[in-house]
Design a protein. Structure first.
Length: 149
């Protein structure tokens, strides 16, 4: 938009939306204070210093928005990586728990429902590894579950 066709309330960047400018014009017709405010804004919009400040403000706003978008993307990527790591750990825990149950069942040991739930509900990989090792030689499931870190 060149200077001659630009709205008087346009500082190189829109100060007021077209709707807001129309509303201001309507208010200015009804209220002399609003008319004065519109005139002052129009006068300020022609001041090179004010125009420079408005452009700088808009440039800073865009820069801040770009930085926020970058930070959001980094946070999302970090969250996704954390989620993948957590899912992998949960998968390893589930695999170890199922291995324990398979070893115990293959050895003919009776696994009570509460014991099965405890084994499947455990997420500590070190505990599950100890239980897996113990499941190969323990005389009972209770003996396996007695082992703790």
């Amino acid at each position: 938009m060149n200077q001659s066709t630009r709205s008087p309330l346009h500082l190189g960047v829109p100060v007021l939306s077209p709707e807001a400018e129309r509303e201001l014009d309507e208010l200015a017709k009804e209220d002399p204070i609003m008319a004065k405010a519109r005139d002052v804004l129009a006068e300020l919009s022609q001041d090179p210093k004010v125009i420079a400040m408005a452009r700088e403000r808009e440039s800073n706003r865009r820069l801040n928005l770009a930085l926020l978008n970058e930070q959001l993307a980094q946070a999302e990527a970090k969250g996704e990586a954390k989620g993948r790591a957590q899912a992998e750990a949960e998968g390893r825990a589930k695999g170890r728990a199922e291995a324990i149950l398979l070893v115990l069942a293959a050895r003919g040991l009776t696994i009570e429902p509460a014991q099965r739930e405890r084994i499947l509900g455990t997420t500590g990989l070190n505990t599950l590894m100890l239980w897996l090792e113990a499941s190969m030689t323990a005389a009972s499931v209770a003996e396996v579950l007695e082992i703790a870190l």
